[in-house]
Design a protein around this ligand. Structure first.
Ligand code: S3P
Length: 179
């Protein structure tokens, strides 16, 4: 289906640990856009952490909150929107983002992701016996969604600033040609 698009914003999608938040903040700074993070919006609104939300109400309820947040973002302009790793794989969220944002996916290999997340314990989906195996499984399931992004940036061998500069360039090219 063809959707009508206005590239008012820039959305970052990608697996946990690919650097969406740190890169997103840098991109926002360079473009002088506002930085928004869907996990943060959800946590602030609920007054609870993502881990608490998962534990109390389950993943499905969290996905509903994510979809609501995505629909509300359609009204925003000049924002860099960092999204939770599972967000683009649910409920038409990817198309909803694409309507108003250039969608950039940060990609990383399972080994690199593990290296980055292994000492972080706030992600409920990785708090289990074999997190490395879980990363491989989830990444394989989600890959078809991530690859629908407008731009795919491999972050394995680049630091956050290099990734951010690459994204800013892509955003400038896309908005110059398309607007
Ligand atoms: C999730 C990723 C997390 C957060 C939640 C679920 C996922 O965000 O939304 O724990 O399904 O991959 P980050 O990608 O920012 O870690």
């Amino acid at each position: 289906m063809q959707i009508s698009r206005h590239l008012d914003n820039l959305a970052l999608i990608g697996f946990m640990g690919t650097g969406k938040t740190s890169v997103g903040r840098l991109v926002a700074e360079i473009l002088r856009f506002e930085f928004l993070d869907t996990d943060e919006l959800i946590q602030n609104r609920a007054g609870r952490s993502i881990a608490e939300l998962f534990a109390a109400d389950g993943e499905a309820a969290f996905r509903t909150l994510e979809s609501e947040a995505v629909r509300e973002l359609a009204a925003r302009k000049q924002c860099v929107i960092s999204t939770g790793g599972g967000l683009p794989t649910h409920d038409g969220n990817l198309d909803a983002l694409k309507a108003h944002a250039l969608v950039v996916c940060l990609w990383a290999s399972p080994d690199k992701i593990w290296e980055r997340v292994r000492y972080q314990f706030h992600r409920p989906l990785l708090n289990q016996a074999d997190p490395q195996q879980r990363i491989r499984e989830l990444l394989a399931q989600r890959e078809p969604f991530y690859k629908q992004a407008d731009v795919l940036v491999n972050t394995d061998l680049r630091n956050a600033r290099e990734v951010a500069q690459q994204i800013v360039l892509q955003f400038k090219l896309a908005t110059r040609v398309r607007k």
